[in-house]
Ligand binder design. Structure first.
Ligand code: CAA
Length: 296
């Protein structure tokens, strides 16, 4: 069984890491993702009975998982690897018990000017998270602030630990959310609460986030990751092909009009009739047995 894995571990770092108490235990049955890249800021594992869940853990504890350029680059690489892994049907992104992520790295941003931001298309690389076709669950314990909240909102489902706190405090730094916060938060919780959070910088609790529709479920801190993995495993047991279509269709609701969205849905619904898995699913129902999906 794999211990705590940082992608493919650098030998020295591995030994050092294993001596440290980890707030999150290694996942049972977890295996190192075949990622190959030596990650500095992430631990990547595959877990579940069929190794069908990819778990990405942000590991930059000294900065409360602040999303520096290097971390986001690695996150893109890890997502790409899991996206291309046919065994993986769903992905969980998590952090530590103290912080999912405390935002973009303020120290990296402190001395940037407009020209640098504009010409480097600053933060544009973060969009990778929202273009992954496999379902992604954010398992949020602790702080999800600024870019951390935005990262969670780029995922498809948010599960929260009881002590999670969500916020867009950029206004307190003299700036505004820059990775989708003004758009995704508003769509998730409505104008009034989004405005209040973004204009005051105030945080909301896990319970408030659940009431507002930002998160779908709240769990005791210790149980959060297991619950997220169980949900991911359930998703991964369905047809991966059809799950991607379902995700695409739900996402259309955020991108377009109702008329266009329902058209997209209809096209994708018809498209499922071109798959073996649709045939298998309905045949299995009629034959009163469990469907055996082949992702084809
Ligand atoms: N960037 C860089 N470093 C950060 C950071 C961030 N976003 N958040 C925390 N850190 C660092 C701190 O500087 C500190 O490092 P040092 O020990 O070297 O000083 C370490 O993490 C621990 O932080 P604190 O001592 O502040 O911990 P705390 O428990 O007292 O407070 C906190 C926790 C309330 C989350 C506080 O750290 C905080 O307010 N962080 C900033 C949150 C924030 O403003 N996020 C938005 C960033 S802007 C953004 O994200 C733009 C965007 O839309 C993409």
């Amino acid at each position: 069984m794999a211990a705590v894995l940082r992608g493919v571990l650098r030998p020295g770092a591995a030994r050092r890491r294993l001596l440290l108490p980890s707030p999150l235990r290694p996942l049972p049955g977890a295996r190192c993702c075949s990622a190959g890249a030596p990650f500095q800021y992430l631990a990547v594992q595959k877990t579940g009975a069929r190794q069908s869940v990819g778990v990405i853990r942000l590991e930059r504890p000294q900065a409360l998982n602040a999303l520096c350029e290097g971390l986001m680059k690695e996150l893109g690489q890890a997502l790409e690897t899991l996206e291309n892994d046919p065994q993986v049907g769903a992905i969980v992104i998590t952090g530590s018990q103290k912080a999912f992520a405390a935002g973009a790295d303020i120290k990296e941003m402190q001395n940037k000017n407009f020209q640098e931001c504009y010409s480097s298309n600053f933060l544009a690389g973060w969009d990778k998270v929202s273009t992954v076709r496999k379902p992604i669950i954010a398992a949020v314990n602790g702080y999800a602030l600024g870019g951390g909240c935005e990262l969670a909102m780029m995922c498809d489902i948010i599960y929260a630990g009881e002590k999670a706190q969500f916020g867009q405090p950029e206004i307190l730094l003299g700036t505004i959310p820059g990775a989708g916060g003004t758009q995704r938060l508003t769509r998730a919780v409505g104008k009034s609460l989004a405005m209040e959070m973004i204009l005051t910088g105030d945080r909301i609790s896990a319970t408030e986030a659940k009431e507002a529709g930002l998160v779908s479920k709240v769990f005791p801190v210790e149980k959060l990751l297991d619950a997220a993995i169980a949900c991911a495993e359930k998703i991964a047991s369905n047809s991966k092909l059809v799950a991607a279509m379902a995700k695409e269709s739900v996402n259309a609701a955020f991108e377009t009009t109702l008329a266009e969205g329902t058209k997209t849905e209809k096209r994708l619904f018809y498209a499922t009739f071109a798959t073996d898995d649709r045939k298998e699913g309905m045949t299995a129902f009629v034959e009163k047995r469990k469907a055996n999906f082949t992702d084809s």
